[in-house]
Design a protein around this ligand. Sequence first.
Ligand code: MIC
Ligand code: SF4
Length: 757
Amino acid sequence: MTFDIDMIKAVYAKYPERIEAARKVLGKPLTLSEKILYAHLWDGAASEAFERGKSYVDFAPDRVAMQDATAQMALLQFMQAGKPKVAVPSTAHADHLILARLGADKDLQESINKNNEVFNFLSSVCDKYGIGFWKPGAGIIHQVVLENYAFPGGMMIGTDSHTVNAGGLGMVAIGVGGADAVDVMAGMAWELKMPKLIGVKLTGKLNGWTAPKDVILKVAGILTVKGGTGCIVEYFGEGAEAMSATGKGTICNMGAEIGATTSTFGYDDSMRRYLKATGREDVVAAADVVAEHLTGDAEVYANPEQYFDQVIEINLSELTPHLNGPFTPDLATPVSEMKEKAIANGWPLDIEWALIGSCTNSSYEDLTRAASIVEDAIAKGVKPKAILGINPGSEQVRYTAERDGLMDTFNKFESTRIFTNACGPCIGQWDREGAEKQEKNSIVHSFNRNFAKRADGNPNTHAFVASPEMVAAIAISGRLDFNPVADTLTNENGEQVKLSEPTGMELPELGFAVEDNGYQAPAEDGSKVNVVVNPDSSRLQLLEPFAPWDGKNITGAKLLIKAFGKCTTDHISMAGPWLRYRGHLDNISNNCLIGAVNAFNQKTNEVVNQLTGELSEVPAAARAYKAAGIPTIVVGDHNYGEGSSREHAAMEPRHLGVTTVLVKSFARIHETNLKKQGMLGLTFANEADYDLIKEDDTFNFLDLDQFAPGKSISIEVVHVDGSKDVIVTNHTYNQAQIDWYKAGSALNLIKRLQSNN
Ligand code: MIC
Ligand code: SF4
C-alpha cells in the first residue's frame, strides 16, 4: 500500500496546467527544478516569472518529515499554533536518539529505556495531530522516506538537512528548521528564495571501484562546503540514468555538504524499478502519465549552459574513488593520492574503525557491494585489521539483508558490529571505547559529515568519508592509504592478494521484505489524545514565547564571542550527548557555542565575561549578561551555521539574550532559522571589518529603528579605549521576515494571526 496516494495523484493532476503556465511566464525550455518549483506555487498556476537568487516565493510543499531530535522542538512549536491537525501528510521518525554501543538488540532496548519520555511525547503528539510515527528501530528518516513517501516531481520539507536525500526519487526535498515545518503543518505557505540552478552533466558510466558516492565527493571538492548555497543542483545525462535510485539518493543526500538547497534527478527507469520494488506500482502508473513533466526539457539538457547558472561536467568513466576529509567533507583526495597527502599532513594512517551506513549510504545495493568485498577477502584468506560497523538504513533493508545472507557475510569477520537501524555514530551517538583518551586517530566511514568530534566526541579523531565499498576495503587493510586498485594484501598463507572489484545488486532479487516496519498510524480523531509534559522534566519543556522587539535601536550590546574559522551547527549546538536535551530549551542552552573557537585565544568555550573581566564558559557568560539586562552579539566568519537544520543553534542564543549574529556569510538553513526565531542575522558589508571587532567592544545600532528590506544597518563599535568604528552590515530580510523580527518570532506572528481568526 502506498501512503497518501490520493495526494500524489492530486499533485500529478495539476502538473499539465501548471507546467503550461510556467512555460508561458518563463518563455523558455524548463529545467526539472523549475518544473517542480512552479508546480508547487502557493498561489497556484504561475502568473509571473521569479528571479533566481532574488525573489522570495511562497510554496505549497506536499509533505513534511521530522526526526526525533528536531521534531521535539518543531512539535512543541506546532502545539502553540492552535491547530487541531496537520494540514499536509507529515511523519516523525525516531532515529537520532539511539546510541550505538554493543550492537543492535541491546542498544535499541537501552535507548528506548533512556528516551522513553521523549518517544512517548512524540508518539502522543503524532497521534493527536495526525502525524505518522516511525518507532525507534524503524530506520533513519531519509531511508524511510525514500522507501515509503518520496515521489518523482513532489516537493517536501523536512527538519533535517539531509531531507534532500529524496532527490534520488526526483523530488525537490528541502531541509528546514522546525519553525518552517510548523508553517506548512499549520496550513500556511512556505517561503524560499527562488534558488539558482547548477546543472551537473554526468557522462560515461561508473565502473570498477567507483561508486555514486564518488560523484558527490568529487562535486564537493569542486564546489566546497559553500559552493551550493542558494542553489538546486540538477543532475542529468547518460551517467545519471545508468545509476540506481538509491545511488542518486546518496548524491543528493550529500548535496547538503555543499550547502545546496537541494539536488534532484529526472524521473527515469531506475526510479520506476525502485518504486516497484518498494511496492509502489501505483505511483509509477500515476507518474508515467505526466512523465514528460518529471524531467528537464531535452533542449535544456542538450544546451545546459544556456539554462543553468553554472554547469559542471563529470565523466563517470574516468572518475576514481575518493576519500574526503578530515574535519570537512569537501577536502577531496583521490584514493590513489592518499599515501602522499596523508604523510604530508600527518594524518594517522592506521584505521581502527570503519563504519558503513547513515542515511547517505545504507541501501540494499550499498550493503551488497560492501558485502562482496568482505566475501572476496574471506575467500582469499585475508583477515580484517579494523572493526567494521554497520548501520542499516531501515528495518526493511536490514530484514531483507539478513534474509539474503548479507549480515552473515559481515559477521564472518569476528569483530563486525551490527548496530541499530538508526543514525548512531553518524551523530555522535556512539559510545566508542577509549574515545575519552582523545588519542589522535583516523576512522573512515560512508556517512556524509566529518566535522571535528562528530562521530565519537574525540577532537583528534580524523574522519574520512568514502563509499561503502571503499570503507569495506579499508576495514580489511586497516590503512587509510590503501588503494585497492593498485595495492595488495598479505593473506593467512603469507601470499600477496588483490581484492576484486565490488559487485552488487541494485535491488533484492526476491523483493524487499519486512515483518514489522515500525510504523504507527495516528488516531483517526486525535482530539481526545492528551499530551503530557512534566513540568519537572529535564528532557522536555513547554516553550515560552520570545519577547517582541521594542522598535528601538539596540544599544550597549556586548560581544559574547567572536568565532574563528569554521563554525558549523555542531560548533554552535553540539549533538552526541546533548541530543538528550533537544526538547528542553533551557537545558540545551548550556551547550550554546561551546564548540566555537574564540578568535582571541583560539580556545573553545572560554571567553571574557566583560562584567567581571574573568574568563568564563560561553553559556555562563551569556546567562550573566542576560541577568544584567545587557544584550549580546555573536560575530563569525564565512558559512556560519553550516551543516545541520537544528534550530536550537538559533533558539539557544535567542534564549540566552543574544540579539544579533554578525558574520561574513551564512549557511541557508541557519540564516532562516535565525530570522524565524526573531534574531538579527547580519553580514559585514566589508568583510575586513571582522578584524575590527575586539574582545571588549560595545555595540550601538544606529539605524535599526528604520529596519527595512534591502536597507543596510550601521553599527557603532566602541572600543575600550574610547575609539569608535562604524561598520555597515547587510541583511536579506523581506517585509514578512521583518514582521517576524518585530513580533519576536515567526511563531508569535502565527499565534497572533490564529487568535485574530
Ligand atoms: C545531522 O546530520 O547533523 C543531523 C543531526 O541529522 C541534523 C539534524 C539535527 O541536528 O537534529 C541535520 O542534518 O539537520
Ligand atoms: Fe542521521 Fe547522520 Fe543522516 Fe543526520 S546525517 S540524518 S545524523 S544518519
